[in-house]
Design a protein. Structure first.
Length: 248
């Protein structure tokens, strides 16, 4: 049986991806009350319960760290993770949880990186995000400094930066420099816009994606995730053997 036929049925366009084969989500906002993700422990527990039912066996939760809005640090994140774990245990939800962070790339990050140990996962991966209006002018320097200090930067939801949508040479530049790309699965449902969906599909076609994330925030995201499982481009990506999620 082929890899694809293991994932999908034989009902033509009514195929559905099996996320058991992905196994690990490496981008989510499921610790309540510390960023714009899950609002309560009950909300987080229900989202995690549903994600487990879709096939996830491990969730790496990545709260925002952004000085002008979410002033989190490793201690805050770790303490609140323990509260979430306790609540999950009390509600008989068993799943492996880990934490990292989604770091906003700006001048403050450069100072933070030089003074603090940053949160990583897997093979010293660090999840970074950019402004949706323009990239920081020192982005190349920040990436270089991360790499020379042994970190492996993953650019979060790479399909969502509009200033690169018609500039695939920039995507290729960062790919050539060893930056890993993460795509939000829900982009394939058109959740953000049809323009983002088309860019996500093009990035998949060009073989540029190494990680898939849910970027899970709330039930709306979960519903969009379920719709995305019918995407033919998701079939292509799961069949590419390029994804690294299940190695985390």
């Amino acid at each position: 049986m082929s890899f694809l036929s293991k994932i999908f049925g034989s009902k033509g366009n009514n195929v559905t991806a099996d996320l058991n084969l992905l196994g690990v989500d490496m981008h989510s906002h499921l610790i309540p009350g510390i960023d714009d993700g899950a609002a309560t422990l009950e909300d987080a527990t229900e989202l995690i319960r549903q994600m487990k039912s879709l096939g996830y066996r491990k969730l790496i939760i990545t709260p925002h760290i952004k000085d002008d809005s979410y002033r989190n640090n490793p201690a805050i994140i770790k303490d609140n993770l323990e509260i979430l774990k306790k609540h999950l245990s009390e509600n008989n939800v068993e799943i492996e949880l880990d934490i990292a962070a989604e770091y906003f790339m700006d001048y403050e990050f450069g100072e933070k990186f030089s003074k603090e140990k940053i949160l990583t996962f897997g093979r010293n991966y660090v999840l970074i995000e950019l402004s949706y209006f323009n990239p920081p002018p020192n982005l190349d320097t920040l990436i270089f400094d991360l790499q020379t200090n042994g970190y492996r930067p993953i650019l979060a939801h790479v399909e969502r930066y509009p200033y690169w949508h018609f500039d695939f040479k920039t995507y290729q530049k960062y790919k050539d420099r060893g930056v890993y790309f993460q795509l939000n699965i829900i982009s394939l449902s058109g959740y953000y816009s049809m323009g983002v969906k088309k860019v996500a599909e093009k990035l998949i076609e060009k073989g540029m994606i190494e990680f898939l994330g849910t970027d899970m925030h709330n039930q709306t995201y979960l519903d969009s995730l379920k719709r995305s499982l019918h995407s033919k481009h998701l079939i292509q990506l799961l069949d590419s053997n390029k994804l690294l999620n299940n190695k985390l």
